[in-house]
Design a protein around this ligand. Structure first.
Ligand code: ZN
Length: 177
């Protein structure tokens, strides 16, 4: 399924079939800069108390900062890369991030698709962690984000994809995919 930007068709999202629509829509909104980040709210002249990134407090919170350049995001991508046994994820924009799977040299289609969806789930979990810091003041834990990505990924991959039957320990070591 493709979702096109209403004007210009500049942007096309590669939909992941086995993650819930809300997760696909979330990355789609991130790419279109439609998430209510500090920067986006300021641009719309909405008064907010804090516009800085809730993870590091060092920069204005934009989607690109939250999902790419923030050190929290960098740690999450390191964790995802080492778990999935792929070269370090390196991106300059959300579009780059969502296209990482395309440049992977691997023959297994299933694995490539799994990595595409894992990256989307990691964006979802980063945003949830961001909300927890912003609204509940709960400190961010990289391990917690990575555990959630693995658990949600396994739940959805083993129940919703056409590749059923994978065991949890295989998923955790990303083998036999
Ligand atoms: Zn930050």
């Amino acid at each position: 399924m493709k979702a096109d930007q209403e004007a210009g068709n500049r942007f096309v999202l590669d939909w992941c079939r086995w993650v819930p629509a809300k997760v696909n829509i979330h990355v789609w909104r991130a790419e279109l800069d439609r998430l209510p980040t500090g920067e986006a709210l300021l641009k719309r002249n909405i008064l907010i108390e804090e516009s800085e990134c809730p993870f590091c407090g060092a920069e204005v919170e934009s989607s690109e900062h939250l999902f790419i350049s923030c050190s929290t995001a960098a740690f999450v991508w390191q964790g995802v890369s080492s778990w999935c046994k792929i070269p370090n994820i390196f991106a300059f924009s959300i579009s780059d991030l969502l296209s990482v799977f395309k440049s992977l040299r691997m023959s297994e289609k299933k694995k490539k698709e799994a990595i595409q969806c894992v990256i989307m789930i990691a964006c979802w979990s980063l945003w949830r962690a961001r909300n927890n810091v912003r609204f509940l003041n709960s400190p961010v834990k990289i391990d917690g984000i990575l555990s959630e990505v693995k658990a949600l990924g396994y739940l959805w991959f083993s129940h919703r994809s056409r590749f059923k039957g994978i065991e949890w320990r295989e998923w955790c070591s990303f083998i036999n995919m």
